[in-house]
Design a protein around this ligand. Sequence first.
Ligand SMILES: [Zn+2]
Length: 339
Amino acid sequence: MNKLPLLPTTVVGSHAKPSWWHQCKGLIDTGEWGSQDLSELLDDAVDIAILDQERAGLDIITDGESRRLDGYVDGYYAIIEGIQATEPKRKAGPWGYDQQTRYKATAPIKAPAGLGIVSEYTYLVSKTSLHTKATCAGPLTFGSRIHPANIYKDTVSVAEEFAEVINTELKELVANGATFIQIDEPARGNVTGEEMARLFNKATNGVKAKLAFHICFGNRAGRARFKRSYGDYFPGVLNANADQFVLEYASREMSEVEKWSDWADGRELGAGIIDVKSFHPESPEDVASRLRDVLKYAKPDTVFVNPDCGFGWSPRYIAVSKLTAMVQGTAIVRKELSL
Ligand SMILES: [Zn+2]
């Protein structure tokens, strides 16, 4: 496999899905499609995600999380034992975080067949010769929508249980060749950086791979969920045994990027310099300008270039155009650095 260039370009995880993916993924539930139909749809969607990322010129790709039918985390709730869905109190009107399905614990939580990320990963590496990254939601992300009921003491105890489930999955990923794994844990507002780090370390304990920690502020339907300040979590979250922090800057007009020079301790920064929430198409020069900003505060050999978050809520043509601009803008800055 090729050596990575300076300023490797990658994605946070999910790729924008084609219209047919959205339209057809539910046909198995209505009885119009069978399991073979769905399985072909999922393979095709991953193949398209790989093709889009390869054509855009990315250095490190994912499977686009294209098998996760209900988003980067929701699908897992269907295969986890010991939880039961509860009715959202608000169902009508504009989409909001209060409309997400929530759950309550009914027994100790288990995922006897794993989370399915291992088979996502083995399919990906069988179809590409590029570098790859595997992604998994973090313990707080899994746990925050499950009411502890009388099974667990509190939400953090639920997250601790998930850390064990995640740890098993990550070790299996490494056994299957994964060398770069990212934990996705949007900031929660009510949990400190130290606590996020403790749970990250529990989930990744003994996992022998390059570990990235993606912390954003929520992206569902292109909306943020929490107060958008990394200063509320750093430097405490640096206690995480992560090799890289993958952060959201572009949608915040590069706010707090200057703080990286205080927080940097030699570890890598996955700098979010594409705004996935905006329809505005960044030009390569926009990207280059943001990347130059990042490089005022981070050493070039510690910087990875990525969008702010996944493209799960973006139309595909917009995602492809943004990724292409990201790669072209990075090429401008690489050239400047080489002069
Ligand atoms: Zn994110």
